[in-house]
Design a protein around this ligand. Structure first.
Ligand code: PLP
Length: 365
């Protein structure tokens, strides 16, 4: 009998899976401080919980595609509700961009470092990830991105603010990229933490190749409920409608998102706390000799520990011994990084103190 692997699509061996094993560890250990997944540490508000309970009472019925929610989201940017498309998390939007535009052997330009799901979803459909390093200062290298374009380039990924580096791509650079006409996924998953920064959503009017994705998982704090959305040209949304599995966004997710969208007080409390804590991390971590923490507009902070000479995995393990889960960021030149997601005030203070002890010990302080 043939081996099962003979039947598997040929590119499967090249796929770097996005592993979620550590999430199970976190669920098994509720006493651990979960500071590795860029989650929101605050649970959904009572209004959101009630909206979900109300929706669950209609759980015998299939969901629609969220016309009221889409209309509300579109209104914010004076777009039509047919310019907004819902996904089972913005991860599903990422998946659809790959499936709609990329055939086996075709190329996806992905900045490095960035959210690793882009690469795994490009390669799972046989696409080739063309990784373009950010500059030394971890800003976008727009010139290098433009130079990486070939006749096989089908998608360009721009994550802004970028996970894990934390900063935005300048507007003029984004426009230069969009002008090339290649489908470009502008991932704004963390944008809502800074309402003073407007979404690039209106760009879809002049650049039908722009797909602007957002999520309810981060500033809105609904990661476990699974709902995200994107702004795109109607033609792009037409392709997404063909591609998406019907009913992939549940009645409960749509109801939760609709409620969270209108729950301004809870939202403002969450983003105020996050931004205050990012500032705290930034100030405190940069006091440690040999450590550089990058200011972040998201809910995470990237820490360069190259000069401490420590192995990032060892730092992660030492924190785990203290019941704090953070993660390493690998694969960017020879630099050594860890990334910490914001937790509650108590969790952040504990994490900072632990990091000081672990990193300073090495520096002989
Ligand atoms: C940049 C970025 N985009 C998208 C996502 C996926 O979010 P979700 O599928 O929960 O909307 C994440 C999650 O960490 C992310 O960092």
């Amino acid at each position: 009998m043939k081996d099962l692997s003979d039947f598997v699509v040929p590119w499967m061996n090249d796929v770097k899976p996005y592993t979620t094993d550590d999430v199970n560890v976190a669920w098994d250990h509720p006493e651990f401080r979960r500071m590795f997944l860029n989650e929101n540490p605050y649970p959904p508000s009572q209004a959101v919980v009630e909206a979900i309970l109300d929706a669950v009472r209609h759980g015998n019925r299939y969901p629609g595609n969220g016309p009221q929610l889409r209309a509300k989201i579109a209104e914010k940017y004076q777009l039509g509700s047919d310019n907004v498309f819902l996904g089972n998390g913005s991860s599903e939007i990422i998946e659809m961009v790959m499936k709609v535009f990329v055939a086996p052997g075709e190329e996806v330009i992905i900045p490095n470092p960035t959210f690793s799901l882009f690469e795994s979803r490009a390669t799972i459909i046989g696409g080739k990830a063309i990784k373009v390093d950010q500059k030394e200062d971890l800003q976008y290298d727009t010139e290098a991105i433009l130079n990486a374009i070939t006749s096989k380039t089908k998608v360009i990924i721009i994550c802004t603010p970028n996970n894990p580096t934390g900063d935005f791509i300048p507007d003029e650079d984004l426009i230069r990229i969009l002008k090339r006409g290649i489908p470009t996924l502008v991932d704004e998953a963390y944008l809502e933490y800074h309402p003073e920064h407007l979404s690039k959503a209106p760009l879809i009017r002049n650049y039908p190749n722009a797909i602007i994705s957002h999520t309810f998982s981060k500033a809105f704090g609904l990661a476990g409920i699974r709902i995200g959305f994107c702004f795109a040209d109607k033609k792009v949304i037409g392709y997404f409608k063909k591609m998406q599995m019907p009913w992939s966004v549940s009645l409960m997710a749509i109801a939760a998102a609709y409620s969270a969208w209108h729950d301004g007080d809870a939202f403002n409390r969450k983003i105020t706390a996050n931004n205050r804590e990012i500032e705290y991390f930034f100030q405190e971590l940069n006091k440690i000799g040999g450590v550089k923490a990058y200011f972040s507009y998201g809910n995470y902070i990237l820490i360069d520990i190259t000069k401490t000479g420590l192995d990032p995995q060892k730092v992660v393990d030492s924190l785990l011994e203290r019941k704090v889960m953070i993660k390493t960021v690998k694969g960017y030149r020879d630099r050594k990084f860890v990334r910490v997601s914001t937790g509650t005030e108590e969790e952040n203070a504990f994490c900072v103190e632990s990091l000081k002890q672990i990193l300073q010990k090495k520096n002989g302080r």
